[in-house]
Design a protein around this ligand. Sequence first.
Ligand code: C2E
Ligand code: MN
Ligand code: MN
Length: 420
Amino acid sequence: MLNSNFPGASLILEPIPVLTTLIYRSQLHLSCRSAELSALVERARSRNAKLNITGVLLSNGCDVLQILEGAEESVVKLFHKIRDDERHSGVVELMRDYGPRRRFDNVGMLLFDLQVQSPKEVLESVLHYSQLESYLISDDRVFKFIQTFITGKHTGQTRSPVDAGKWTLACEKAPFGQAMGLIAGQICQFALQPIVEPSEGKISSLEALIRGNDGGSPEHFFKTLDQDKLYEVDLQTKAYAFALAEKLGIGSHKIAVNLLPMSLVKVPGAVEFLVEQIRQHGLQPEQVVIEVTENEMISGFNKFNSAIKQLRGEGIGLAIDDFGSGYAGLSLLTRFQPDKIKIDREIVSNIHLSGPKQAIVRSIVSCCTDLEITLVAEGIEKLEEWCWLESAGIRRFQGFLFARPQLNGVGDIHWPHLVR
Ligand code: C2E
Ligand code: MN
Ligand code: MN
């Protein structure tokens, strides 16, 4: 039994807020740069003092790097205000971390202007105001961000953001016929979603997404199946996707279908079946891409390897789907290089706001450029996401922004155009 008179009994209530450090970079739009900058920081200083937020703001006249330290709730709230502030554009969160104490204490918000001080002077005074022991500084990520900004080595990160506001979308009918009804006895249907290359105004392929006869999701459709038949059904239903492509008259466009890799391993004669169906529906093997997800691929890699060889031997393309969402990531490419990689929606969503996501996508782009692997970014919902990804060198996109999946057909496509 706890004695309620015990002095510690009522103490353990409020968790002590952990000190949070948030770093972002942005472009500041000020007409008279140096003077306005100090006025802005002066106003921020009193506001930050009330919120008990301290830190530094570095500027080179155009780009800004700010370090905010304080209780997480206050820091995040302030950061959201900054993101909505019209004077800032291209606000990107670079780091959010937690620590035992502030790096800059009792200083409010320090301003360092690289227009009036040399990089060397700025670095010296940043170090002068810092509370961190000097032996800790060389390994501290915050100081590394500061140093990189001061020395101007961050240019790769601040490639001028393409202004999403300059673009608008124009709706166009897809150049395909209408599909008529389902084949008798068809146990499921497909929705098609285009993968587009907006810079060329081209449709690069159509992805066939499985749907139940009630229109239900792939997940729901696969749940209704006898699980012993899963791989067989997954493989056999691809025949409906090819039939749909034939009915719509996709011409020389490509069609991508999803498959569990085990459907190629466990069903005898799987690749022969696909090749036969492809030919029967008037398609060429080179027009077909099989998409498999990263995780599925890793778990059965050795068995799957011979199926891959067989597929490639027939001329069928292979894409890794949902790249970056699984365990393997780039290391997968040491074992095997596909023709195409589709970057997972999770990494792409709000990429214009996230430094870590940008760094990861840049490394994927660089790797796939070296290996001549075509990249597709999937799940694009915002013009800002597309603009950032284009500027990082990605040319092919799939997402609701451009076209939604349409049952038994191809829906309208929304192409980006520059606003006049
Ligand atoms: P997936 O291959 O990555 O397909 C893309 C999924 O993202 C589709 O969901 C599509 O509707 C959705 N999507 C596309 N653009 C956007 C967007 O801008 N925003 C959002 N929020 N979602 C978007 P769906 O059709 O529900 O398919 C889910 C997954 O089911 C597919 O992911 C694929 O892995 C699997 N799947 C689909 N068809 C088959 C199939 O025939 N066989 C197998 N084994 N799996 C399939
Ligand atoms: Mn897919
Ligand atoms: Mn995917």
